[in-house]
Design a protein around this ligand. Sequence first.
Ligand code: RIB
Length: 302
Amino acid sequence: MAGRVVVLGSVNRDLVLSVPHHARPGETLSATALAEFPGGKGANQAVASSRAGAVTQLAGAIGADGFGEAMREFLSGEGIDLSTLALRPDQPTGLAVIAVDATGQNSIIVVPGANAALAAGDAEMLDFRPGDLVVAPFEVPDSFLLEGFRRARRAGARTLLNPAPMRAHDPALIGLTDLLVLNETEFAQLTGADDVPEGPALEAALAVALPDIPVLILTRGPDGALVREGGSIRAVPGHRVIARDTTGAGDCFVGVLAASLAQGRDLAAALTRANRAAALSVTRDGAGASMPRAAEIEAFIP
Ligand code: RIB
């Protein structure tokens, strides 16, 4: 029987500014457009998972404001189980201010609000089952994630950690992780490297890093992914598309990967699907709203 995807993660309202280029320190810049989108890495991953066809639950928090209400409405319309989405009346809903330049590259500043108020107690009501895949990006506190992962492990569920954005964290989280999914910059930060290694040096670093992690997946945007599993490393090819907005592409990859594994696909098939979905997502504006549906992923011709 297929398991569920349960995301322990952030909910943000994204204010997206279209800019000719990213502002340099001290520079004042005029945006050419302003748009508002649903976002937050946790919410984006949950939307990607649900649209890819998995039964999906989101555990997180919103504030008692218009942004929070709009996010609850959007997520519930996506068919996501929000029974574990807490209301924090004393906090604003998370907010992200995002600049997207003419090439689709983004820079993001987040005001965490209610996301930062989550704690271990908020994970105590989570009820996992064997077959579930519990997914955690890094925009919510460690105490919440640790309690969630401990409960997941006790219930026989698998855990996927996506340390984005990378930050100081409790190393116990890594010890509770079955699948680690991160980009090259996050990999360099996590392993304490001065620079992002390239070519054979990257594979050599991947071969020896974090030896207790059963599956380590390094995402590389249009260059696909490198996957270490059972002592061997393989490359998964990426797809080159014309990018409008890369915001949320990593979240799309994680959400569709998790959905595909929870639905019973093997790792190779899940990675192919996740790569295709992420390529589709960058051809559309926004984060949460850009996630493709299962039929679109299946119809994607590389
Ligand atoms: O990964 C993209 C997301 O990062 C945005 O939706 C923004 O809210 C930030 O959380």
